[in-house]
Each structure stands twice: as structure tokens, then as C-alpha cells.
Design a protein. Structure first.
Lengths: 243, 322
């Protein structure tokens, strides 16, 4: 049974990646989160680094402690345990699993002005919408934090309404500004710091996404929900935003 | 007795890019923190082995060169890595060999002729507060090292005193050679069905050049364009050495400061041992790939570990520098 639900691939000399063969959903996000928790229990005996994302989990191990056969077996066992534990909920459509993790909703302000929304017009043209419509659609949706990675504090939020979805840039930008709010396919995110990046930039958020000196370090964690709120330039600057 | 000297070394000139590194930062992926750590692990490991450092001590990774340090401590140092002229008080120091350092010594790195990165450490390493479990500096994140930054003029590096040791060196024949044409072993398989067989063969037969975009995050290559069957995918965890193919078809090899999650298709993953040689390359170096299996990769890793452990260190009878 587990063979149909997960697919395990060699990702490197010291990593396997587990793909969950399901459509992206909040239920899947909850399954992945439980799977990672159970895998975490094998830490200690093994050096494991587990990176969950939308529909996958990257499992890194030490090739001097074990090998890909043993880790593959471990992954199957952990998944079988999870199946036993969850029973039918794994295959059924009800979202009890997702709902029992009551999502914390975080509202984040975004300034969508022309000087910061470098790709907004291109997205609008692509979809035959006005810029205002793109902004409205971006703000309407309640997003779930599916993964954190790429950079400290970078949350992958989904799913973006298909009416404003946009593929990544052909050649990533060498520099994306701190706070840039961006879209890639049906994902959206806020760049926590200046970095290279290939997402389409539609605005800027004045709130710090990562602060190593404060606890919590981030305004949200995996599983939380996020809603964007459009603000003007004055509010952006008042909230500490930098142009 | 050993004591910590707060200003064991003072940075007089930081050079192009000098970073405090330890073995890396692990278990912080939930915050999106990358692993960092030495770009050339082999040279880093040798630096510590020659110093008999065994507790994940720090070293300075000097990229290209130009670092000048002044000592305020009495210790033993060692420099490994790229071919570079490094002087102590104007006198050329042998690399891959420990040497004595006394107060007021000035250590001056030239600029690497072949290879890119040198590792400099001292007995007991440089003492600093780990951040998120490691001292590894990741400039992009502003984490680790001193205030999350590359070394700057005036920085103080704390050291342990009274750690004078015997001269240890690695025989010339055992030292790695840094070349500007490197063949990288790659484990294919990861998302391979996203590339046609023709594209995979094109990739394996191509000779690439390191483009002007090469850093600790990744090396972008230029050469034969590779196209993937698919461009839209959910972002997912990225393993060290992953070869990512963005829409422009030019491969990017992701390194220690890489993003932990990304969404470009990957054709395979470079063997970590070969990343040590890649990271000693700069713009214009020729890069080719050779496909190996996961089993060959594990064999190569175990063999390299065995060889590292069984390569004897040359120990002189006298103490360093005397």
C-alpha cells in the first residue's frame, strides 16, 4: 500500500527524497508534518536532517553511519507505522487531519507600489488583468505555510490563485531586495533578506521575516496561515519598511 | 595551563573574503538556515588534522587572499589549501605544515595562484560563540562568525594560549593538486525522468566553463544548454552538490551556502569529494561530468575516508618553529 502513496528516490550520496504521491492539500501538509515527527524520533541513533516541503521530504543521512538501503527501509517502516496509526484517514478525503492542527493566522502588510512591484505589470498583462485586480486576488486568499527554506525566514505560501500564477524568471535575478513579496507558479513568499532569486516581485513587506536575536525567530512557522493586506507607502514607511 | 586570549589575533586587512568556518550548521533547516562550512572540506580537515584539532574547531577560509593578521598570542598555526605565498614577518611560510606563532608576528596572505581557498587555523581553533549550533559564517544569512559577517579590519579573534606543538606536515606527494580543468563525478537519477536521454547525454558529453557567477552558494556554469521537460514544480529540499537546471539551461551546482529549498529541476548530484576540487576553481575553469552510481559514490567516500585516516602525518622531533 505504502508503495503507491510514497516514492523514494536517491537525491545524493547522502540524501533520499520522499515524494508523497498526492495532490497538494492541507491534509497532505499534516501527513508530511506527522511523518517528519516520527522520523525525528530516529535522530540520535542516526544523524538525520529532515527537510519537509509541499509534497516531499528530503532526508539527509551520514554515509559513514548507514546507507541508502537502510534509510529506504527506515522510511518505509515509518510510513507503514503512520498508515497503521492513521488508518483510513490517509486515503479518505476528509480534512480532520488538517483541521486538528488549528492554524494560526498571521496578517502581513504589503506595499504594492510601482517602485517595488517590479513584475506586477508583467503578471497583469500575462493574465489580461489590471494591476489592482492582481493585488486584490493576491490579498483575497488565505495561504498556508507549506515549507520554510531557501533562506532563513523564507516561508513558502500556497496556493496562489491560478488567475495570477506566474512561472519563475528564465534567469534568476542576482539581487532581490529584502521584504520583496513574490510569486512563482502557485506559490508566494516574502524574501527575508537580500538574495538572488527567480520569483516575480509584486510588492514589499515591511515586517522582518527572520530575527536571530528574538524568540520566535519568525512571524510564522510551517502549518500556520497567512493573509496579505495592502498598505500604502506612508504605512509601509511607518511600519519600518525601506525603499 | 591554557587560557583564552581575547585578542589572540587582530585582523589588519580582511582580504577578498575571509570567513570563520567550522564543519557546518546542522539541524536548523526548520528556520531555513543553510549548513555553511568549508567549501573545500579536504583542505579544512587537513588543517585541523595537522594541528591535532579534533573537536570541530574553527578555521578561517581565505578566498583568493589578501588577509593580514597580527598575533598577540603564542600558539601553533597551520595553513592548507590553494597555492599562495603566505608570509610570517616577511618570510615565506610552508603550507600544509604547522608553524609557531609568537606575539607580534604578522601573517600576510598573498593572492592564490592556483586554487582559490586557503584554510588557516591554530591549535584549539579560534574561540567564539556558536550561533544556532555552529560558528560557520553564512554572510547571506548574517549568521555565524563575528556578527554574521566576513572578517573586517579591526576584528579580534580569540585563541587559546600555550598550545605549542610539534611540527606536523603532509608530504608533498599527498597534497591535493588544484587544477583549472576538473571532472566531477555525479550521481544521476534524481528527477532524471524530467530530462530526455538525449539531454542527459548532452550534459555528460559537454565541457562547461565556470561562469562569472561562482561563490559559496553555487557555481553557475556556461556551455551546452540543457532543457528539462518540465518547469513548474513544487519547491523541495536541496541536497549539497545538486545540479540545478534553470529555464535558461545553464547548470548551477549548489554548494554549502545554498538555499535549503528550491524549485528548479535537478539532473543529479555531484560527489562531495569532487566539490572540494570544484570550489578551488574560479571563472573560466573547465568542468566536465562523469556519471557514477550511488554504490560507486559510497565506495569512493569510504575509500577517501580510509585514505585520509591512513595517510601519515610527517612529525618532526622538534617543536614548531624552534
Amino acid at each position: 500500500m505504502s508503495d503507491n502513496l510514497i516514492r523514494v528516490e536517491v537525491a545524493s550520496e547522502r540524501a533520499l527524497i520522499v515524494y508523497f504521491e498526492q495532490e497538494l492539500s492541507t491534509k497532505l501538509a499534516a501527513i508530511i508534518s506527522l511523518f517528519c515527527q516520527q522520523l525525528d524520533q530516529h535522530r540520535g541513533a542516526l544523524t538525520l536532517e529532515v527537510i519537509p516541503s509541499y509534497t516531499s521530504v528530503l532526508v539527509q543521512y551520514s554515509p559513514f553511519e548507514t546507507d541508502h538501503f537502510a534509510i529506504q527501509k527506515l522510511i518505509s517502516n515509518v510510513f507503514e507505522q503512520l498508515e497503521t496509526q492513521l488508518g483510513d484517514t490517509l486515503n479518505s478525503s476528509p480534512t480532520d487531519l488538517a483541521e486538528n492542527k488549528a492554524a494560526n493566522v498571521v496578517e502581513l502588510p504589503v506595499y504594492y507600489g510601482d517602485e517595488v512591484a517590479l513584475d506586477l505589470e508583467r503578471i497583469a498583462l500575462h493574465h489580461n488583468l489590471s494591476k489592482e485586480q492582481v493585488i486584490d486576488i493576491h490579498c483575497e486568499q488565505l495561504y498556508r505555510v507549506f515549507a520554510i527554506g531557501f533562506a532563513p525566514g523564507f516561508g513558502y505560501l500556497g496556493e496562489v490563485d491560478s488567475r495570477i500564477a506566474m512561472p519563475r524568471l528564465e534567469t534568476p535575478r542576482m539581487t532581490v531586495p529584502k521584504g520583496a513579496v513574490a510569486i512563482a507558479d502557485r506559490q508566494t513568499a516574502i524574501y527575508p533578506a537580500v538574495s538572488p532569486g527567480g520569483w516575480n516581485i509584486i510588492g514589499r513587506c515591511p515586517i522582518a521575516m527572520f530575527n536571530p536575536a528574538t524568540v520566535p525567530h519568525m512571524p510564522f512557522s510551517v502549518g500556520d496561515s497567512v493573509k496579505f493586506k495592502a498598505i500604502d507607502k506612508v504605512q509601509f514607511v511607518e511600519l519600518g519598511g525601506e525603499l | 595551563m591554557t587560557a583564552v586570549i581575547a585578542n589572540g589575533f587582530v585582523v589588519k586587512q580582511p582580504g577578498m573574503l575571509s570567513l570563520i568556518q567550522d564543519a557546518g550548521r546542522f539541524g536548523q533547516h526548520h528556520l531555513g538556515l543553510t549548513e555553511g562550512g568549508p567549501a573545500d572540506k579536504n583542505a579544512f580537515d587537513w588543517c585541523h588534522r595537522l594541528l591535532e584539532n579534533v573537536n570541530n574547531e574553527t578555521a578561517i577560509e581565505v578566498s583568493i587572499g589578501g588577509l593580514i593578521l597580527q598575533s598577540h598570542c603564542h600558539t601553533t598555526g597551520c595553513i592548507t589549501g590553494a597555492n599562495n605565498v603566505v608570509k610570517k614577518n616577511g618570510k615565506v611560510l610552508p603550507l600544509w605544515q604547522t608553524f609557531e606563532i609568537v606575539p607580534n608576528d604578522v601573517i600576510e596572505f598573498g593572492y592564490a595562484t592556483t586554487g582559490v581557498r586557503n584554510y588557516f587555523s591554530v591549535a584549539g581553533g579560534f574561540q567564539m560563540q556558536p550561533q544556532f549550533g555552529s560558528c560557520a559564517t553564512v554572510v547571506r544569512e548574517g549568521i555565524g562568525g563575528i556578527n554574521g559577517k566576513a572578517l573586517t579590519a579591526g576584528d579580534n579573534l580569540a585563541t587559546m594560549s600555550n598550545k605549542n606543538k610539534r611540527v606536523c606536515s603532509l608530504a608533498k606527494s599527498k597534497q591535493p593538486k588544484y587544477l583549472d580543468a576538473v571532472q566531477l563525478r555525479i550521481v544521476l537519477g534524481y528527477q532524471l525522468d524530467w530530462f530526455t536521454n538525449h539531454q542527459v547525454q548532452r550534459f555528460l558529453n559537454a565541457s562547461y566553463e565556470v561562469s562569472k557567477q561562482w561563490d559559496r552558494m553555487g557555481y553557475r556554469l556556461s556551455g551546452a544548454k540543457i532543457s528539462a521537460n518540465k518547469t513548474a514544480m513544487y519547491s523541495e529540499g536541496i541536497a549539497l552538490g545538486s545540479v540545478q537546471i534553470p529555464a535558461d539551461g545553464q547548470p548551477i551546482i549548489l554548494l554549502h551556502d545554498r538555499q535549503t529549498i528550491g524549485g528548479y529541476p535537478k539532473i543529479g548530484t555531484v560527489l562531495s569529494l569532487d566539490l572540494d576540487r570544484l570550489t578551488q576553481c574560479r571563472q573560466g575553469a573547465k568542468i566536465t561530468f562523469e556519471s557514477i552510481s550511488i554504490e560507486q559514490a559510497h565506495n569512493a567516500l569510504h575509500l577517501a575516508k580510509f585514505n585520509f585516516e591512513n595517510t601519515s602525518v610527517v612529525k618532526a622531533n622538534d617543536v614548531a618553529g624552534s
